[in-house]
Write a protein that binds this ligand. Structure first.
Ligand code: LMR
Length: 328
């Protein structure tokens, strides 16, 4: 393929037109909920598709369906078990009904920075989590990074008491519900695709998300400002169905896994750059970012840290200790 033809095939794939796949190729549908350009998951999914479609041409063909065009995260895992979609990368907060182990990633202030997250995920403890849902029919292929979360609302959030009484959209996770309750706020679980509208119409007052999602979904347009708390994590598990994966020819499976691991290493290494460019893009577009002093931030830590003890039994005190060791 010429560069132009590759670019065209890619843009067609990004639009999820089945015309990009040739007759006789195995079609792999990859469904996700974010934007494609300048988003960590969007870039990684597109790169994975581009590489499979070039290097496995004639054998396999990945169609990426971004922006919740095929499924929301609350539908995609069931659809995968039905064989209607082969790959997805929901955030780690979206696996509650499949495993309690990922709750560690939702606990506030568990990880100091993305290097600590990366080290924990790549440890034996982290890697074993990829198999934690096998008996429920799902296999984790790799962790993908997005970044640390910030809070935004329709009023300035400086002290945790500013969040008290406000309605915050949360991902459907018991840990995140408990976290918002610890702030005296009212948690409202909601699909990602509905958040902008809910903020705009005042159905909720605020939300928590990463710079890439705050910019990608334009949340800053309908919020007073964003407070840079770095209080939690949004990362992803690329998942597939155990049945589908086990049914592949070994050489096809190995090649897909190799491409996935290489894409993961490349894109996870670039996360700092993507995260900070989206933070800057929020500012450039007129969004307001409020930074906290060490003392102000400590007040948020003090308010939310009690959440850990509620989930220690699910997550395992040993796993918490293992994660904390990477913050040193
Ligand atoms: C959210 O629902 O806020 C995020 O999990 C969306 C995403 O995939 O980053």
């Amino acid at each position: 393929l010429t560069a132009a033809a590759t670019a065209l095939a890619l843009s067609v794939t990004a639009n999820a037109a089945s015309a990009a796949c040739d007759a006789g190729e195995m079609v792999i549908k990859f469904s996700h909920v974010t934007n494609t350009d300048r988003h960590p998951k969007g870039i990684a999914a597109t790169l994975f598709a581009e590489r499979v479609n070039t290097e496995m041409n004639g054998k396999a063909c990945v169609e990426v369906y971004p922006n919740s065009t095929l499924y929301n995260d609350d539908q995609v895992l069931e659809a995968m078990l039905q064989g209607d979609v082969q790959m997805a990368a929901p955030s780690l907060s979206k696996f509650e009904t499949f495993t309690k182990q990922f709750r560690i990633f939702d606990l506030p202030f568990m990880f100091k920075n993305m290097d600590a997250v990366d080290a924990f995920q790549n440890s034996d403890t982290g890697q074993a989590m990829k198999e934690s849902m096998v008996r429920r029919g799902l296999l984790g292929l790799d962790f993908w990074h997005n970044g640390l979360k910030q809070f935004s609302a329709n009023k300035p959030l400086i002290s945790p008491s500013d969040a008290s009484g406000l309605k915050f959209r949360v991902q459907p996770s018991d840990v995140l519900v408990a976290q918002m309750e610890a702030l005296g706020a009212s948690p409202q679980p909601m699909a990602f695709s509905e958040v902008y509208g809910a903020l705009q119409t005042g159905v909720v007052d605020g939300q928590e998300n990463t710079w890439s999602n705050i910019y990608g979904q334009k949340f800053f347009e309908v919020q007073d400002g964003i407070t840079e708390t770095n209080h939690g994590l949004i990362d992803y598990m690329v998942v597939t169905s155990v049945d589908w994966w086990e049914g592949l020819d070994a050489d096809v499976r190995d090649q897909l896994a190799t491409i996935m691991h290489e894409v993961t290493a490349e894109r996870n290494a670039a996360i700092g750059e993507v995260d900070s460019s989206n933070r800057q893009a929020v500012l450039d577009a007129g969004g307001v970012i409020r930074e906290l002093t060490a003392e102000q931030r400590q007040a948020w830590v003090d308010a939310m840290l009690p959440v850990w003890s509620k989930f220690e039994a699910d997550v395992g005190a040993d796993n918490i200790a293992a994660a904390q060791a990477f913050n040193a």
